[in-house]
Design a binder for this molecule. Sequence first.
Ligand code: FAD
Length: 307
Amino acid sequence: MLGPVILAASRSDKMRRLVSAAPGTKQVVARFIAGETVGDVVPIVQELTDRGLEVTLDVVGEDITTVEQSYAARDAYLELIGRLKELGLGARAEMSVKLSMFGQSLENGHELALANVRPVVEAAAEIGTTVTLDAEDHTTLDSMFAIHEELRKSFPQTGCVIQAYLFRTEDDARRLAENGSRVRIVKGAYKEPASVAIQDKPEIDKAYVRIMKILMDGEGYPMIGSHDPRLISIGQELARRAGRKLDEYEFQMLYGIRSEEQNRLAAEGHRMRVYTAYGTDWYGYFMRRLAEKPANLLFFVRSILTK
Ligand code: FAD
């Protein structure tokens, strides 16, 4: 019940101001956001990789309103990649980007986002790593998939995300499950209407399993993005049945969520990648994490009241 209300609030400027100013917010945000600057996130990347984990780094931000902001987003990723290069961390860290932060919703946004993301993908390739295009709300996806296809002409390792809750996704999975493609499957984190998305949670889980099977039976590289223990064990079983070796798929979870399980999967020999978000524009990302688990909201409210 609370999830849709929090997701609606995640798009409200008034709520953004209220939440950002609330005492105690910073402390709760820190559970999910690995700092504000490259300098903050680098020691965390080092700690995660020392623990045998891989990372995918997200500079938080979305729905920007000016072209200058889209350039700043591009430059923030280029700065990050430069730092990873200096530290020799390229092989263990990839990037996740939201095209709305690269200008996708502005005038000529499709072209702008492509022009902004291309140098990031090039710089990532130069240090031996890659970029995954996150999936945002359903109105952005045709553009995201077209940009993904365009980037893959020069950088076939560029990944993308598909969301199990959308009716379209099984078809997208079939199209994408080809040799060399990297596809992250997630349940989906946005507030979507019943005309495009399954609303019932158990039905979303069933769709997730069908899509995982398409990816595991296909020829690409599946990335299982979930904290759900049932889906993770079904993923392991589907990989086994498809005859995949441990380095022919991976699991992904978010920084700050189920860390023990992340360690356990890595210790079992799985490739386990932690989606590590950092930066100052954390509001949208943070609110989606609250929406996913009501207990997070309770914790947040309690921390405000005790300040
Ligand atoms: P759930 O059923 O939501 O959760 C299973 C269990 O995991 C819960 O019972 C709880 O123990 C734990 N858990 C889950 N979420 C939280 C939380 N916020 N706080 C504390 N515990 C929690 N969505 C998109 O729409 N686009 C993307 O590009 C995208 N990228 C993602 C990348 C990664 C690596 C991951 C892991 C998720 C991503 N998501 C993305 C979010 C995803 O769509 C889900 O909203 C999120 O993963 C919660 O679903 P779940 O599969 O973990 O299952």
